[in-house]
Ligand binder design. Structure first.
Ligand code: FES
Length: 108
């Protein structure tokens, strides 16, 4: 069994509700998650809490595949959750599946 097989698939949004360049916050089983639609129609999902001091990443400025935390401007890659140098750390990243117009993520 792969790891994804053991996770729960949850519908979190409709593709049409997401806009490229603007994050959307959703709450799944008590976890706050930030969704970001990428050019080309893919969607990234990361923990909505900056590893620095908990800034809400869904409200950050988006640049390509990165989001800048709205509090102190840490730069985080939305695809792998890694904080970019010179800062260090990472946020949890969620697997995303898009079926038709529906966006699903996989949670524990
Ligand atoms: S809380 Fe995100 S950079 Fe400080």
């Amino acid at each position: 069994m792969s790891k994804v097989d053991q996770l729960k698939r949850v519908e979190v949004a409709a593709l049409q509700d997401l806009s490229v360049g603007i994050g959307k916050r959703v709450n799944v089983s008590g976890e706050e998650i930030a969704l970001f639609k990428q050019k080309g129609g893919t969607v990234s999902a990361i923990q909505n809490s900056c590893p620095h001091k908990g800034g809400p990443l869904s409200e950050g400025i988006v640049s390509g595949e990165h989001v800048f935390c709205p509090l102190h401007d840490w730069k985080i890659n939305m695809k792998d959750g890694q904080v970019q140098a010179p800062d260090v750390g990472c946020v949890k990243k969620y697997e995303v599946e898009i079926v038709g117009e529906k966006v699903y993520i996989f949670v524990d």
